[in-house]
Design a protein around this ligand. Structure first.
Ligand SMILES: [Zn+2]
Ligand SMILES: [Zn+2]
Ligand SMILES: [Zn+2]
Length: 259
């Protein structure tokens, strides 16, 4: 039987999550049971997984030999490099999506709750969180309902950030852990508010594609620029982040990988 490679946007390697190419035979009624992964450099079978290199069930001897050659000749430029990929297999739908764990999933996965719940940037707790005026009477957060509303509006929707990364940013007080760049919003009254200024991103020290977890010890608040620089291999960013990663791995290796 002769098989042809065929690109299908929705097919992913069960092992590394990279997009794979399907292998179709020339027989009309045969579905694409086999895939070729250019990262793992393997042939696999959906529902079965990676096939041993000398056992591509269903292939003729001649074709097996051809495919083996093909796999060995995959050039470096096709090897998967987007290491930050957050694709996860959803068990229910058996598809890949890109998303963060919910707090509930976090507790289930790590047997602990994620802290960093409320962040208060104020150095002086006797001043309003929104306008920084002195608080009167029994007030502890806002000088007025108006300030409370404004603050809620600025932080409530968290500007499109999921709860988990928001809490990681709160832990890091909305500063880039590499450059110290301020990634929080400063309101029109000049007061710093715990909401992203759109330059904030969260990086996985151990990449999701390499089995990295969403545990807080594996996550780092960085600026968009630093994040981009790191993933494209710019020296300063690679050095700084790798150093943090090594320190974290020494202490928290277990939690930084998905079990
Ligand atoms: Zn793969
Ligand atoms: Zn106020
Ligand atoms: Zn990253």
């Amino acid at each position: 039987m002769v098989y042809q490679r065929f690109k299908l946007p929705q097919a992913y390697c069960p092992k590394c999550s990279r997009k794979v190419e399907l292998l179709f035979s020339e027989e009309k009624d045969e579905a694409g049971r086999f895939y070729i992964c250019f990262k793992c450099q393997t042939i696999g079978q959906f529902g079965v997984g990676e096939l041993p290199k000398d056992d591509y069930a269903g292939f003729s001897v001649k074709r097996k030999e051809e495919i083996k050659q093909l796999v060995e000749e995959i050039s470096d430029k096709y090897i998967y490099k987007a290491k930050g990929s957050q694709l996860r297999l959803e068990e229910k739908s058996n598809t890949y999506t890109r998303r963060w764990l919910s707090l509930y999933e976090y507790e289930k996965a790590f047997g602990e709750t994620l802290g960093f719940e409320t962040i208060d940037f104020r150095e002086d707790k006797t001043r309003c969180k929104w306008c920084a005026q002195a608080l009167e009477g029994r007030r502890t957060s806002f000088c007025s309902d108006r300030c409370s509303r404004n603050y809620g509006k600025a932080t409530f929707f968290k500007r499109g950030i999921s709860t988990l990364p928001y809490r990681i940013a709160s832990r890091d007080r909305f500063y880039c852990r590499v450059t110290g760049e301020d990634l929080a919003v400063t309101n029109r009254l000049g007061v710093r508010i715990p909401a992203s200024n759109q330059q904030m991103e969260i990086h996985h020290l151990v990449f999701v594609a390499d089995g990295g977890s969403d545990h807080e010890t594996n996550l780092l608040t960085v600026s968009k620029q630093v994040h981009k620089d790191y993933h494209s291999g710019v020296d300063y960013a690679v050095q700084a982040i790798e150093q943090i990663k090594q320190v974290q791995l020494q202490m928290y290796r277990e939690k930084m990988y998905v079990k």
